[in-house]
Design a protein around this ligand. Sequence first.
Ligand code: SAH
Ligand code: SF4
Ligand code: F3S
Length: 468
Amino acid sequence: MNPSSSFYIETVGCQMNVLDSEIAAASLVRAGLKQVDDTKQADVILFNTCSIRQHAEDKIYSALGRLKHWKTDVKPSGVIGVMGCMAQKDQGLIFRRAPFVDFILGPGSLDELAKTVLRFIEEKNSGCAAEPVMLLGLNRCSNRNVDVAESFRLFDPLRLSEVRPNPYQAMVRIMFGCDKFCTYCIVPSVRGPEQSRPPKDIIDEVKILAGQGVKEITLIGQTVNFYNYNEDGKTVHLTDLLYRLSEIDELRRIRFVSNYPTGITDDLLQAVRDLPKVMEHIHVPAQSGSDSVLKRMKRQYTLSEYKEMLDRIYETIPNVSVTSDFIVGFCGETDDEFEATADLVRYGRFKNSFIFKFSERPGTKAAELYTDDVSDEVKRLRNNALLDIQNGTSLELNRQFIGQMKTILVEGVSKRYDDGTVQLSGRTPCDRIVVFDSPDETPVGKILDSVIENAAPFTLFGDIKSGG
Ligand code: SAH
Ligand code: SF4
Ligand code: F3S
């Protein structure tokens, strides 16, 4: 291999993809390549793709389109790979739309990335015509769960501190796949069956990260509160994991996303309340506040069950914040159904909500059973209406913090001033961003107390009082 080969990764999508890209970079650095942040300097360009909405796919296809002349005009020996959920979903279609792509590698074959890249570099440098390849280990129908689990078992521990976006925070996968099959969602078909990683593998990985200086971990899974692993005849749940991970001395903070509403057990809420290292934030997407829409979405709860769960969260955990996702303009959504969602956004007192316009995904049940009949204009108006309600709540909740002391983990620099001083940004246990001025960057990575002096909907403005 050319020892100076370098790679660039472009990532879109959720935290799963962000983590996959981090570990992919680690696997390539371990194989001797260098990461660069500009396609111009790269010998290998990788796209880690998302299929959750049409817009995410369009972005990647147009980025690929811009690379059409890269190999002919700039780098004849260059390698282009498409990874992630769109690789799994579109497969050979990617070669048809972008024939200059060298390989397609799905989320179930990540452990094969480094050797695939090395093989292409070698073949191209030796002047061979490298044949395009597709590595798609993940296929729900072929029943190869074991192979997918093995791929992740080999891939996930390849952590390398120098490629992590932040040295003090890290994500840790505890599950992959999803079995919920919400009718609008592509994830179960591109990420495969739900599987939980063995507790020992997770704990070992977290210990390594804590040893590297990580203070905060976020456990990730599509339905993280459905984590379950059979160990010596007993089932280990997310709650058990939280207790076990809390015992790791150097680790200071634990978060977990994303929760599915039906699995918010009292045990889990009590663990969040009782374990000082587990942060008081629950992300639990509602998607809609209308029972008829929830039914068409095949969400397995009713509005009153979701509200009962919310009440339980607020009653059990003092100072908790709750966040949610909503989809507007789902197939057949009437004005009344939308109003029910607006009512839930008001009722929920969410710290923030992610609001999405429904995007029909080919191959899902919604695409098969229903018509995407809400116009783009109505989707846009409903999206804005929910954002207005949510922004009002976010500001009102944030204002209550003025004058209070909050403990924050300082994450990094958010602004540099002309006089050389900086504005730093940190995060409260309830997942709010606090910015404050500092003469220099020394507080970064520290857990400090900050007095909140002002508030905007998505930011608190603080001052630093003490260090720890
Ligand atoms: N597994 C997680 C996250 C799934 S993807 C969960 O269930 O919470 C993140 C969000 O994208 C979903 O919560 C949903 O609000 C949104 N989403 C999924 N499919 C979508 C689609 N087809 N159109 C618009 N938004 C979608
Ligand atoms: Fe998609 Fe539903 Fe699974 Fe979340 S729970 S990933 S929305 S199918
Ligand atoms: Fe997108 Fe795949 Fe995540 S479809 S949202 S990157 S699981």
